[in-house]
Write a protein that binds this ligand. Structure first.
Ligand SMILES: NC(=O)c1ccc[n+]([C@@H]2O[C@H](COP(=O)([O-])OP(=O)(O)OC[C@H]3O[C@@H](n4cnc5c(N)ncnc54)[C@H](OP(=O)(O)O)[C@@H]3O)[C@@H](O)[C@H]2O)c1
Length: 230
């Protein structure tokens, strides 16, 4: 079984996900809307934040205490290349009750040992990269996860969208225009093939959405929520 998957992103009016002032408090207050069982986040964010991590100490090797009353989500990160070495720091933050690294058959063995010694759970799905569908199924069956909120950039979002794994899209649209030529958007994926017919015809593969809520928030931010039509 697959969990319900929600993408929650803050964007500028021209669809950029970076390069404009963001109200992080508002973003994370609204992120609690879905009371997710797991947060699926991209590794790039944590690799960037690695500079904030203190060096590891012996607490990194202690088992993580499971508490059935703990309602905080699991933090799940695809990391097939075994690049995240700051789990000890993530463990010290108050946001998550447990941690799962998504790896693949190409993940270096040394990294799998690294995770094991630090009691970080690991799901191996896929060959070169993580097979996201299989990983989501495993998260659901292993941990009983029913709702996943995705906190990611365009690459991970794009993979999930193109594989039909997303159920809802929540966008905080900021009154900012960023511009620029580098691609930073909520949905990065290979171009769709152009339709053979007239140019106004949508190509095969365009994702159709249904608006479920629209609110104007503090700071002229618009909060739009869409259901993905499967
Ligand atoms: N404005 C917003 O709302 C918002 C929210 C979140 C993040 N961001 C920004 O977005 C930027 C990037 O975000 P991000 O860290 O989420 O990274 P991302 O660039 O969207 O995605 C990277 C993740 O996708 C995985 N991935 C890449 N190719 C894959 C494939 N073929 N199959 C399966 N998985 C694959 C990577 O795993 P591997 O390492 O295994 O390749 C990695 O975990 C950051 O700078 C962050 O600040 C903005």
């Amino acid at each position: 079984m697959l969990p319900r998957v929600i993408l929650h992103n803050a964007v500028s009016l021209d669809g950029r996900i970076e390069g404009f002032p963001l109200d992080m408090q508002q973003y994370y207050e609204l992120a609690s809307t879905w009371k997710e069982d797991a947060t699926l986040a991209g590794s790039q964010t944590f690799l960037k934040a690695a500079v904030e991590a203190p060096p590891e100490d012996e607490s990194a090797f202690l088992p993580i205490q499971a508490d059935s009353e703990d309602r905080r989500p699991l933090l799940v990160i695809p990391d097939s290349r075994g690049r995240i070495r700051t789990w000890h720091y993530l463990r010290s933050l108050p946001y998550w009750r447990g941690f799962v690294a998504l790896c693949s058959r190409s993940t270096p063995q040394e990294y799998l040992h690294y995770l094991e010694h630090r009691h970080i759970d690991c799901i191996i799905a896929g060959g070169e990269h993580v097979d996201l569908r299989a990983a989501l199924e495993e998260i659901c069956s292993r941990y009983g996860v029913k709702v996943v909120r995705v906190d990611a950039g365009g690459t991970l979002n794009g993979l999930l969208l193109r594989q039909g794994l997303v159920d809802e899209i929540s966008l905080l649209i900021y009154p900012s225009l960023v511009g620029g030529e580098t691609q930073s958007s909520i949905f990065r994926a290979p171009d769709l093939p152009l339709p053979a017919g007239p140019s106004w015809q949508a190509p095969e593969g365009v994702i159709s959405l249904h608006l479920i809520d629209a609110q104007r928030l503090k700071g002229d931010v618009m909060w739009l929520r869409y259901e993905v039509r499967h």
